[in-house]
Design a protein around this ligand. Structure first.
Ligand code: HEC
Ligand code: HEC
Ligand code: HEC
Ligand code: HEC
Ligand code: HEC
Ligand code: HEC
Ligand code: HEC
Ligand code: HEC
Ligand code: HEC
Ligand code: HEC
Length: 353
């Protein structure tokens, strides 16, 4: 009986100590598992990019060329001034542990057991989770990314890192980025691709997944996308938005098209209604077509009479083709020889001039 007492107090002491140890250990564990759950890490927990170089040379080198290297930006809730650790979280424990392991390996000893997990680890994370990390800064960057979660890419589990390398691509002067020959319409310039950390240049980047579109860009009349004169992203917003097919139609019908074809924009005194209502794609195949002017129909008149049915005005908005237009004769079939300004006119209601 008597001997038990001191023993009991030892047990209590052990229990108190182990509770304390457990509390500290679990506190550390949550600190490592989720940066949100605990107070902001002390500055000491951040070790800086140079500490990573020895073991992650490739990531380190590529990162130097990206816009992410050393930017502290007030536009964002969070800035990028922590470099690697802006995304991967404070890495002190990782570095200490891996350094000990490496030293042990180098001297032929058994690797020590230690905590190496990073707060910002993307291992096994879904494309949406990885994208959320990017969006915590970039969703504030304006219309371009704020709608990412509305686009087809998001809905189909395509994440930022399917197109962008989070560490950037090695700069290669020979790997010219997409170049546009249409001047100010596109800001793309040589090596733009690696500047915005794209995994590949356009159009190849897009065709890797949308290869079925390639054939349309080899048709006789086409936008010269494969030749590099026009980019997929001139017309599409790869980041998604409100428009169907992720087209860049931010303002008014077919803003994407008129940014290059400015003469078709108007406003015209006499608008041809479908341009404003259905948009350019009512008459043109935007990628390419077997028909001249990339028209949807082989003959212009076939296109016109789809809307202007020659049964006369049936009261559905647009007048029918007048009956004196004898469609059996070649002369009348070339509609645009008389209705010249088919996209709209400043001076004639029937677009004669
Ligand atoms: C002493 C060598 C060493 C240093 C220094 C080091 N790492 Fe690592 N790192 C490793 C090793 C080894 C692995 C692979 C661990 C594994 O497979 O479990 C790794 C894996 C990683 C991973 C992938 C694992 C995951 O969970 O996502 C990331 C991210 C990473 N390190 C980031 C960093 C960053 C950031 C730094 C600098 C702050 C850094 N590392 C410094 C050796 C190191
Ligand atoms: C913009 C956020 C971001 C920054 C900054 C960043 N990483 Fe990463 N890193 C990621 C993501 C996301 C992944 C997951 C891999 C993927 O999706 O391609 C990753 C993966 C890794 C991996 C694992 C690679 C593999 O193949 O398993 C290592 C190692 C790594 N990063 C190291 C670094 C180092 C070193 C730096 C700084 C030079 C750094 N990262 C900067 C986002 C970032
Ligand atoms: C901690 C905040 C932060 C995170 C997280 C972040 N970025 Fe950034 N990103 C920035 C800042 C800051 C810039 C520089 C913007 C500037 O100078 O206009 C930038 C620039 C970029 C640029 C180049 C923009 C340009 O106009 O040249 C790309 C592309 C980019 N980030 C992609 C990503 C991707 C992909 C991820 C996720 C893997 C990501 N970013 C995660 C803050 C962040
Ligand atoms: C389907 C491919 C694709 C996906 C997915 C994608 N991007 Fe991009 N991103 C591009 C292309 C192509 C460009 C360059 C052309 C352009 O400006 O649209 C670009 C440009 C950028 C730029 C610089 C241009 C700008 O307007 O500031 C940033 C920043 C950026 N992306 C961030 C992101 C982020 C963050 C995600 C995820 C939420 C993401 N991207 C997902 C293809 C993609
Ligand atoms: C990693 C694969 C991948 C890459 C790279 C990719 N996409 Fe997509 N894209 C998809 C998937 C998957 C869908 C949804 C399924 C579908 O409609 O094909 C989609 C949907 C789209 C849509 C909407 C299609 C519709 O029917 O509404 C457009 C437009 C589009 N992508 C354009 C682009 C452009 C432009 C690029 C290059 C900047 C690009 N994509 C790069 C996988 C990708
Ligand atoms: C000149 C502008 C333009 C260019 C360049 C362009 N697209 Fe499109 N694309 C459109 C328009 C407009 C639509 C919608 C067509 C419709 O609604 O009938 C579309 C539709 C699509 C669709 C939806 C499927 C379909 O057939 O309707 C996909 C996918 C697509 N484009 C991918 C691409 C890819 C990949 C590239 C580059 C290789 C590209 N686009 C280049 C304007 C363009
Ligand atoms: C980035 C600039 C750009 C955008 C955006 C653009 N185009 Fe074009 N388009 C061109 C160029 C350049 C040509 C000249 C064709 C060539 O020889 O490459 C052209 C040619 C055409 C032609 C054929 C002209 C002819 O004389 O045969 C039509 C029709 C056309 N585009 C319609 C459209 C439509 C519709 C859209 C929107 C879906 C659009 N374009 C968007 C640059 C653009
Ligand atoms: C109602 C049908 C229709 C619509 C809608 C339409 N087009 Fe056209 N477009 C035509 C026809 C028809 C021609 C051929 C004219 C000819 O044969 O002289 C043409 C020719 C063109 C050409 C080459 C000749 C030129 O005038 O430069 C371009 C470029 C063009 N369209 C761009 C556009 C753009 C951009 C839009 C949208 C803003 C658009 N079109 C909307 C019917 C249409
Ligand atoms: C997608 C349907 C559509 C197509 C295709 C189309 N139009 Fe039209 N067109 C209309 C509509 C709608 C009006 C407006 C009628 C109104 O304002 O009352 C109109 C107006 C006109 C007018 C003026 C009629 C008036 O009395 O104000 C002429 C002329 C005309 N179109 C000629 C053509 C020709 C020529 C073509 C073929 C190159 C053509 N249209 C293709 C829908 C179409
Ligand atoms: C030889 C010149 C010429 C050709 C070719 C021509 N038109 Fe006309 N079109 C006219 C004239 C002239 C008028 C005006 C009739 C009037 O003022 O009553 C007209 C009027 C119209 C109108 C307006 C009818 C209304 O009630 O307001 C439409 C629609 C039209 N044409 C469609 C077409 C279509 C479609 C084609 C091709 C199949 C075509 N035109 C070919 C000369 C032509």
């Amino acid at each position: 009986m008597k001997q038990i007492k001191p023993c009991k107090s030892v047990l209590v002491a052990v229990w108190v100590v182990s509770v304390l140890v457990f509390a500290i250990a679990s506190g550390l564990a949550t600190g490592i598992a989720s940066s949100e759950a605990v107070p902001a890490p002390v500055p000491d927990d951040f070790v800086g990019n140079e500490s990573c170089q020895a073991c992650h040379e490739e990531e380190f080198q590529n990162f130097q060329g990206t816009p992410h290297a050393n930017v502290a930006h007030s536009r964002f809730k969070t800035d990028m001034s922590r470099g690697c650790e802006s995304c991967h979280g404070p890495a002190k424990t990782h570095v200490l542990c891996e350094t000990r392991k490496k030293e042990a390996r180098d001297s032929g000893q058994a690797e020590p057991e230690c905590e190496s997990t990073l707060a910002g680890s993307f291992r096994g994370k879904s494309p949406k989770d990885v994208s959320d990390n990017c969006l915590k800064c970039h969703a504030g960057m304006g219309e371009e990314h704020i709608n990412y979660r509305r686009g087809d890419h998001w809905r189909n589990d395509i994440g930022c890192t399917d197109c962008h390398d989070p560490h950037g691509m090695p700069r290669r002067p020979d790997r010219l980025g997409p170049q546009s020959l249409v001047g100010s319409a596109s800001r793309h310039k040589p090596d733009w691709g690696s500047e915005v950390m794209l995994r590949d240049s356009e159009p190849q980047l897009c065709l890797d997944c949308h290869n079925e579109m390639r054939a349309q860009f080899t048709l006789p009349f086409r936008h010269r996308v494969l030749e590099g004169a026009v980019n997929c992203s001139d017309c599409h917003n790869p980041h998604g938005g409100f428009e169907s097919r992720q087209t860049r139609l931010a303002t008014g019908a077919d803003a994407a098209c008129v940014k290059c074809h400015t003469d078709k924009q108007g406003p015209f005194t006499f608008e041809h209604a479908p341009l404003k209502l259905e948009g350019c794609a009512a008459c043109h195949a935007p990628h390419g077509s077997a028909n001249p002017r990339m028209l949807r129909r082989a003959n212009v008149y076939q296109l016109c009479i789809e809307c202007h049915t020659d049964v006369g005005n049936i009261g559905v908005g647009q007048p029918g083709t007048p009956s004196f237009h004898n469609l059996a004769q070649e002369k009348w079939r070339n509609c645009t020889t008389c209705h010249v300004q088919i996209h709209g006119s400043q001076s004639h209601p029937l677009y004669f001039r």
